[in-house]
Design a protein around this ligand. Structure first.
Ligand code: HEM
Length: 372
């Protein structure tokens, strides 16, 4: 009944194997292959890497007089993708993969995503030229990792290693082009979204000190901040849920109707785009009392249905990285708050602002960072 909406432009960018583009049986087949790699039980394998990324990055950033939270969180979430998805193991490879990924992200001009007319070469100077050059450099590095895995080099838990070893239900292996498509999708779908949510969480916790105090007491009362403890800390989980309720990062999960749909009194023809109103659902006063307030407790007192709470979309295209992102956010936020004291530098209100496909904070949320 529903197909992805207007994804034609992103085929040349992500490759035709990206889950964002596939439809019907091909989409189902792809999800069946990839889902187990993001399943809740798999998370334990990524916990230590995620925590190490958070600690190394905050240590580097804390040497500065002020830190832009969004920059810090973007570096952490990028390194998490490089280590747990791309499988960068030694320091040099991680640095090279991070630099190459940064260049890919920086060269992804919104123009390229909105019109395929911009996909033209011009003596190395066009946005398309910059994008293809950056992508080629990243793929060359990923080739090294793939070769290492295929020659039985290091045995790793990363998603790239699992993709290399996996076969579809019909026994067919995944091609290298297809692996690239999925890795690009994870890079774009997974790192900015997570960084923006973490930035909002830091902002709201420091505007609502009661919540911060309660959260601080929780990891302390658990006695340790191991990834497993943080991932199961109820108030930390509720804080992240409440952050994504107040500020869903993707506000339109668009679908194209494959056949006509009756919606209340309206008959919508096939081909029309529809989307659930995520923000309206998240601010519905009959579901959430005082919806404008940041109050993580509501997620402890009550559990909300998939129609009331949808920061990761819904249905058969629901975010495949939802468990991964929730786990990552709990570890990053819990680890940083346990060991560091953060202070908002700017007292001005921060409000949601459209970036491109995502919505993010209107400022990067500058903070001061001190050891606790
Ligand atoms: C806070 C972080 C994140 C948010 C808010 C988020 C949100 C979303 C949303 C709203 C969708 C669209 C769902 C729909 O159309 O119904 C989506 C899809 C997707 N996300 Fe995420 N995401 C996050 C993190 C991640 C991560 C970490 C990954 C992977 C590493 C990831 C991979 C994907 C993929 C592959 C899809 C496409 C699924 C499909 O079309 O079948 N996301 N995400």
């Amino acid at each position: 009944m529903y197909a992805p909406f207007a994804v034609g432009t992103i085929v040349p960018l992500m490759g035709s194997g990206s889950m964002l583009i596939l439809e019907g049986d091909q989409h189902r087949r792809e999800r069946r292959l990839v889902m187990p790699m993001f399943h809740g039980d798999r998370m334990k394998a990524y916990g230590a890497s995620i925590q190490q990324c958070a600690l190394e990055q905050i240590e580097t950033h804390s040497a500065r007089r002020s830190v832009v939270t969004l920059d810090l969180m973007t570096e952490i979430s990028l390194e998490v993708i490089v280590r747990t998805v791309f499988g960068g193991s030694d320091r040099e490879l991680v640095t090279n993969l991070m630099n190459a990924s940064r260049r890919v992200v920086a060269s992804s001009s919104p123009l390229l995503f909105f019109s395929s007319k911009t996909h033209v070469a011009f003596f190395g100077f066009s946005p398309w030229d910059r994008w293809t050059k950056a992508k080629k450099e990243l793929f060359q590095l990923l080739d090294e990792v793939i070769q290492d895995r295929q020659q039985g080099g290091s045995v790793n838990d990363d998603i790239l290693s699992m993709l290399c070893a996996s076969t579809y239900e019909d026994g067919q292996s995944i091609t290298r082009e297809h692996i690239y498509s999925e890795l690009m999708t994870f890079l774009f779908a997974g790192h900015e979204t997570t960084a923006l949510s973490l930035t909002w969480a830091v902002y709201h916790l420091h505007k609502n000190m009661d919540s911060l105090v309660r959260l601080r007491q929780e990891p302390d009362s658990l006695g340790d901040d191991s990834p497993a403890s943080l991932a199961s800390a109820p108030y930390l989980k509720a804080t992240i849920q409440e952050t994504m309720r107040i500020h869903p990062i993707v506000t339109e999960t668009l679908r194209k109707l494959k056949s006509p749909l009756r919606l209340a009194d309206y008959m919508l023809p096939a081909g029309v785009a529809v989307a659930p109103a995520t923000v309206l659902a998240h601010y519905n006063p009959s579901t959430y009392s005082e919806p404008e307030l940041f109050r993580p407790e509501r997620f402890i007192e009550h559990s909300y249905s998939a129609f009331e709470y949808m920061p990761f979309g819904g249905g058969h295209r629901r975010c495949i990285g939802a468990a991964f992102a929730s786990y990552e956010m709990a570890i990053v936020l819990g680890t940083i708050l346990k060991r560091y004291q953060l202070e908002l530098i700017d007292s001005n209100l921060v409000f949601p602002k459209r970036r491109n496909i995502t919505m993010g904070p209107s400022s990067g949320v500058p903070i001061r960072v001190n050891q606790r």
